[in-house]
Design a protein around this ligand. Structure first.
Ligand code: ATP
Ligand code: FE
Length: 352
């Protein structure tokens, strides 16, 4: 069967058509970064308006690219949270209208579940598996037991790494979203020139912290600027390289802890997957892959366009929920906050 996915929880307006046999027929992503560029970050009001303007077109483009008529769609999956309320509402309202018009089931999907289930769309991965979800707003280790069953092992106690990448980019005058730009600079830099902190590595468990790292980077930047009244290209590259190396090492070392904790529950075929925007980072993927190999655990990461926000992951999460007879969020409302391990029956899985 064919599912239309709709995603508008942050600053990407996205629509996709995915078949239940894991074929991605189309995945359209209209990013708004140009609209927000002058503000150094995502402005919720601008995002909401842009989603309202672009959603129809994204859906049309996704159907056209897939070569599928709306009448051929078997279900619609839409991000119902967490995210910026205006954008989520735009998506939910459009999806409601389309589902009412066509009479197909409508599934409200958790954006984070979309990220966390993506490795099953792109690889043969059975439940349960260990997941590092690392994105613009989140960073957590999860045991994924099923499409609606996530157990949290630990996560960041302050900033998410994506946020730290974005702040680092801002501090160094690089464009937003910062991750890809910092990665490009880091490729030319010396990761050993600056000795950035690896917070919480000494502490047991899988919790992480990234806000001190950002502060340390700003301190080094200010020190160089004060000494030489400006940053050279090399300074900037070295700062990016040092920052990225610190993030990668913290994620890898904590992943090792998470793998140990996970293996203690002795799953039959242990595997770890990474997803979310920061999973697009080559250095971080490589560090996680090394740790997985050392621990004898299979490693998988989605292709880069499926790490950052997209609607194929939302369609796929819908497919996964429908396959187990799950109604998705019920009743379907827009939830700005919606932790993955929160399955309050009145909201999710009431079975009605
Ligand atoms: P969330 O999924 O937590 O609600 P989000 O949807 O805004 O947040 P994603 O689209 O999943 O986040 O990820 C975006 C983040 O990923 C941004 O912070 C961006 O800087 C970061 N990112 C994207 N590509 C890279 C990269 N190559 N290296 C590091 N970070 C990256
Ligand atoms: Fe996301």
């Amino acid at each position: 069967s064919l599912v239309l996915g709709i995603e508008s929880s942050c600053d990407d307006t996205a629509a996709a058509v995915v078949a239940s046999d894991r074929r991605i027929l189309s995945s359209v992503v209209a990013d708004q970064s140009r609209l927000h560029a002058a503000f150094g970050g995502v402005v919720p009001e601008i995002a909401a308006r842009a989603h309202t303007e672009k959603l129809d077109h994204a859906v049309e483009a996704a159907l056209a690219e897939a070569g599928v008529a709306l009448a051929e769609i078997d279900a619609i999956a839409v991000t119902a949270g967490p995210g910026l309320i205006g954008g989520v509402l735009s998506g939910v309202m459009l999806a409601r209208g389309l589902a009412t018009g066509t009479g197909v089931p409508l599934v409200g999907v958790n954006h984070l579940a979309g990220h966390a289930l993506t490795p099953r769309l792109t690889d043969d991965l059975a439940f349960p598996y260990l997941m590092l979800l690392v994105s613009g707003g989140h960073c957590q280790f999860l045991i994924v037991n099923g499409p609606d069953d996530f157990a949290r092992l630990g996560g960041t106690i302050d900033d998410a790494p994506g946020e730290a990448f974005d702040k680092t980019a801002r501090a160094l005058g690089l464009p937003q979203p910062g991750g890809p730009h910092v990665e490009r600079e880091a490729a030319q830099g010396d990761p050993k020139r600056f000795d950035f902190p690896r917070p919480l590595l000494g502490r047991p468990g899988c919790d992480m912290s990234f806000s001190g790292l950002k502060t340390a980077l700003m301190r080094e930047r200010d020190r160089i600027v004060a000494e030489k009244s400006g940053l050279t290209r090399q300074d900037r590259a070295d700062l990016c390289a040092g920052f990225q190396a610190a993030v990668a090492e913290v994620l890898a070392q904590k992943a090792a802890r998470a793998i140990d904790a996970y293996l203690a529950t002795s799953p039959s075929a242990p595997a770890i997957a990474v997803a979310g925007g920061v999973a697009a980072n080559g250095a971080i993927r490589a560090a996680l892959e090394t740790v997985s190999r050392d621990k004898g655990v299979a490693f998988t990461a989605p292709p880069l366009p499926l790490c950052t926000d997209n609607a194929a992951m939302i369609a796929w999460a819908g497919i996964e929920l429908l396959a187990i007879g799950h109604p998705g969020m019920d009743p379907l409302v827009a939830r700005p906050r919606w932790p993955l391990d929160d399955s309050r029956p009145a909201i999710l899985g009431s079975g009605k």
